[in-house]
Design a protein around this ligand. Sequence first.
Ligand code: UGA
Length: 451
Amino acid sequence: MKLTVIGTGYVGLCQGAAFAEEGHNVTCVDIVERKIKMLNDFCAGLSEELPLFEPGLPELIRNNSAKDRIQFTTDLKGSIENSDAVFITVGTPPKENGEADLTALKKVSEDIGSAINDSKKDYFIVATKSTVPAGTHKIVKEIISSRTNKQVDIVSNPEFLAQGRAVKDCLNPSRIVIGTDSEKARRIMLDIYKPYHEQGIPIYLMSNVDAELHKYAANSYLAAQISLTNNFANLAKAAGGDWNKVKEGIVADTRIGKFVHSSPGFGGSCFEKDVEQLTHTFEQYDVDCTLLKEVLRQNKLQKQLLAKRIKNHLGSLDGKTIAVWGLAFKAGTDDMRGAPSVPLIEGLIEAGAKVKAYDPVAVNESKKVFSNFEKRDMICYTEDKYSALDGSDALAIVTEWEEFIGADLGIVKNKLKSPIIFDGKDLFKPEEIMRHGFYYSCIGKPDIRDQ
Ligand code: UGA
């Protein structure tokens, strides 16, 4: 089938390429000419660069472009004319007050309305993949209908991809949610997702508003589970227990399941944004949402924890240098939105320290993130992980990159001024740490003080 995907961010590019891989003919549209040029140059073999870093995406785009199943354009009108369905995948970032900013979504809806009106066809499906507050489908419908009298069905079709594994998630999602009251649109959407259903991926049919809520509810469950986990991990450490041991039994209860790794807080562009946006929807309907607000408050505190612990342990940070391994909010991405590395680095520097930071892919992003930070000169970046340790008083780890897990602790010990590791991601085995003799502090278990 022929599909148009509007917006070439993580969702649009990964889902667009996945649709192509499933055999559809996909046109990805963006108003930013620079991005479309970059994508076309990539497909023509003129460049190796894509607008974003995501494992597996270059291969997927290259293969499908070679088979003429994916193309990139700024021409929304031309693309819609030839499409069986139009997917909106633009961002819905938070406004200053945390509400969802629907500016891009509304603008795209206007453009779609005009394009539909000028088209020769008389029936259209517009599916929203962007994460949008309950009831947004009505806004999209109203805007489109203000520009055309043609029949348009709006489908709410959220995605569940996680960055760093977005391609896998788009090719093999845990489920597909199709929210619409139109029988005709439902049939066409089921045809689009037929290749997925044939692989055994479940499809859930529901109303638009249920699908919109489904996405926020899923992210809120996951975010709440992480905040609760970190609460318990902090308690375990304070009480002399070990969260990893507690957790072993907890995960045996499949109802509780995953997302129970202790951490320096959850980051990324989704959990914080979505939970916060959802609290506005709760308030709009006058329903109490203290629990969700607490999830966010807990996470904010968690992100400040490592800097506090380092200060407590080293006494004053004046004149000290701390090596930081990991800038990205998690492994597999260069995205630093909401990354725990940011409050950590700021906290260390505000307390008088210098920071030597290393990340395999997020250094450029970090320079942008800290560009307005007054004391950004206190951060220096190193080309490899071991150089960050030269002359440093301690090492703090906040991203679970494979290359950190495989680090040679002998080298780490030799390079650090004193053998001190604060490991927010719990990457090393206690035996290894003890064998080398480190002071080793994780989020949710007793410190190892074998120096
Ligand atoms: C999240 C959801 O997992 C996706 O299902 C959803 O589609 C996406 O948001 C979205 O709304 O677009 P993402 O933010 O990319 O995906 O990353 P996750 O893998 O969920 O990790 C989020 C944060 O939670 C990371 O900082 C991670 O380190 C942290 N985390 C995760 C923990 O602290 N503990 C855990 O047990 C798991």
